[in-house]
Design a protein around this ligand. Structure first.
Ligand SMILES: [Zn+2]
Ligand SMILES: [Zn+2]
Length: 286
């Protein structure tokens, strides 16, 4: 349970677990990013320290923020929605529930992510994820805890509320945990600095080729919001997936603080003045 993280021993165990995962991720991705490198980049970049800082924050803090409302919503939905609905969903075979959990959560993730771009208040938090000018596997964990919690809530609320994967039942709790692990792992894959493409199957499953376009500095921006299923972008009109093409530059126009602490505080500071028509460059916040 996330509240147990407040206990020093539990926090220490969580830190050790995060460290072991980081080591495993480095063992897997660092050689792959050398052999299949999309772009040459220094192993020890100037953002590495803050990237690792965000990695630990992303692994420890968001669950403290999103688990209590999720449990409340799951309990409220069970009290309000007809029992028959939950009984029929619970009776589905595991593969059907797992598929439903993936599709339903992906719709939520898509819209949570899209709102994080379209709503200026949310963009201030999400812009931290888009700040890097080099994309590699660890950029996946580079997110403000509020941004991380908001997008995860959007994805998990419908899954929990419908009882497809809910901690209120043992198998539902395992399915929800599996979903979060799978999506977290896939996040590292789609950010990796590798030139992998899947040809005609790229509309089916998100790849680095798909998600790198989401980080493009130049137009077309605000595309490819899905985390695993690019068909969501096709359905909602935001897909950009040219064959064999990659963005020429990554990042955002806004200048963010360099330090980890400065970036964590950045969204909480007063927003910059509204752009005016006489200031066309400032009119675009990204
Ligand atoms: Zn984004
Ligand atoms: Zn990303």
């Amino acid at each position: 349970m996330p509240f147990l993280l407040l206990h020093p021993h539990a926090l220490l165990l969580a830190l050790i677990r995060q460290s072991v995962w980081l080591l495993l991720l480095a063992i897997v991705f660092m050689p792959l990013e050398q052999v299949f490198a999309l772009r040459g980049r220094k192993l020890f970049s100037k953002t590495l320290a803050s990237d690792i800082g965000f990695y630990f924050i992303s692994g420890l803090v968001p669950s403290l923020l999103f688990t209590p409302p999720l449990l409340l919503i799951a309990a409220a939905a069970h009290a309000v929605l007809p029992y028959r609905l939950f009984a029929e969903i619970a009776a589905l075979p595991l593969w059907a529930r797992a598929t439903a959990a993936l599709v339903v959560s992906e719709i939520g993730f898509y819209w949570g992510h899209r709102w994080s771009h379209e709503i200026p208040f949310l963009w201030r938090f999400h812009s931290l994820h888009h700040h890097p000018t080099e994309i590699y596997f660890l950029v996946s964990a580079r997110a403000h805890p509020v941004d991380n919690a908001f997008i995860r809530l959007c994805g998990l609320i419908p899954v929990y509320a419908l009882g497809i994967a809910t901690p209120l039942t043992p198998s539902g709790g395992a399915l929800a945990a599996l979903l979060v692990v799978l999506l977290t792992m896939w996040g590292f894959v789609i950010h990796a600095n590798v030139r992998w493409r899947l040809g005609p199957l790229e509309w089916l499953i998100a790849t680095p080729g798909f998600h790198h376009w989401h980080h493009t500095l130049r137009e077309p921006r605000d595309r490819n919001y899905a985390s695993t299923l690019p068909c969501m972008d096709w359905i909602f009109g935001t897909l950009h997936l040219p064959r064999n093409e990659w963005p020429t530059a990554y990042g955002i126009d806004a200048k963010l603080p360099d330090s980890l602490g400065g970036q964590l505080l950045y969204p909480l500071r007063p927003a910059p003045a509204e752009p005016t028509l006489s200031d066309p460059i400032a009119a675009d916040p990204r």
